[in-house]
Design a protein around this ligand. Structure first.
Ligand code: 2HA
Ligand code: ZN
Length: 278
């Protein structure tokens, strides 16, 4: 009882506020209509323990896939079927704090997802991507999925070849090659919410932090909420410029491959092989 009384107010937790502000921003930008989009954010046990009794499990929910590699890990996640529009007004109904069980077959709900809610339908893609990004970068923490309008549009009009897609995005805004020098991954069209799309996405996440789902949206990964949001925002801005450029007519000039290389050199990043012809 004493322990409970000394816990801080969960709604003031920085990680919870980051979730409410980010979902509100994604909604405002028009990238998460209805129940579109989902976020999962890896938390440290000590972060959670400042606000919650980590032994007080509200519910345990089975998972369809093997999460053993993430056993004992904590995440704050958006809920399945929940609307980003509504998160800011009712975080406890729309978000949840979960922990993967020791056998990796279920998850414990420690807070939120009130009224019988469950984590995002894209949990397989999120958890499999977390596993791969943690191998690539021990500081990795966030997976974010949204329906960024112009990126989706480009998957109808542009080649789905990753190298060609990456090059076009790099050419649309000077900052792109600096923000995602490793390029963009693209998987084939697949049914969302499945293990298969999770595996395909995570396979790409071994090499890149952003993966396009054709005619659907984008998955982004990063070490912080800002960095992950910024990555998606930058790719989407480039896609928006592409939309404008195509609408305006024929291209008279662009950023050359040498200029892209000069940018990479100036900012100390290594551009993905094969994209630049130098
Ligand atoms: O959760 O965006 O991909 C809604 C979605 C599924
Ligand atoms: Zn989606």
């Amino acid at each position: 009882m004493k322990d409970l009384l000394t816990k801080k107010e969960i709604l003031k937790a920085p990680f919870l506020q980051e979730m409410t502000k980010t979902t509100a921003n994604l909604y405002r930008l028009g990238w998460d209509e209805r129940n579109g989009g989902n976020i999962s954010y890896l938390l440290k046990e000590e972060e959670v323990a400042e606000y919650l009794d980590v032994n007080d499990v509200k519910r345990t929910v089975p998972m369809m896939f093997d999460g053993a590699e993430l056993a004992g890990k904590y995440f704050i996640v958006t809920g399945s079927g929940k609307y980003f529009k509504n998160v800011i007004d009712d975080p406890a109904a729309n978000l949840g704090i979960i922990r993967i069980t020791e056998d990796g077959k279920s998850l414990d709900i420690l807070w939120g997802l009130e009224e019988g809610g469950v984590p995002t339908s894209e949990l397989p893609s999120h958890l499999m991507s977390h596993i791969e990004r943690l191998k690539a970068d021990p500081n990795h923490r966030v997976i974010m999925h949204c329906h960024a309008t112009n990126l989706i549009g480009m998957t109808f009009t542009h080649s789905l070849d990753e190298v060609a897609f990456t090059k076009t995005l790099w050419q649309m805004c000077t900052e792109c090659i600096v923000v995602f020098p490793e390029g963009i991954g693209i998987i084939p069209w697949m049914v969302p919410g499945t293990d298969s799309i999770g595996k395909a996405t995570a396979e790409k996440m071994k090499e890149v932090r952003s993966v396009i789902w054709p005619h659907h949206g984008i998955f982004g990964a990063g070490t912080t909420m800002d960095e992950t949001f910024g990555l998606i925002e930058t790719a989407e801005k480039a896609a928006e410029v592409y939309t404008v450029v195509c609408a305006q007519g024929s291209v008279k000039q662009t950023i050359t491959d040498q200029q892209l290389q000069d940018l990479a050199d100036a900012f100390g990043v290594v551009p993905r092989q094969e994209v630049l012809n130098l």
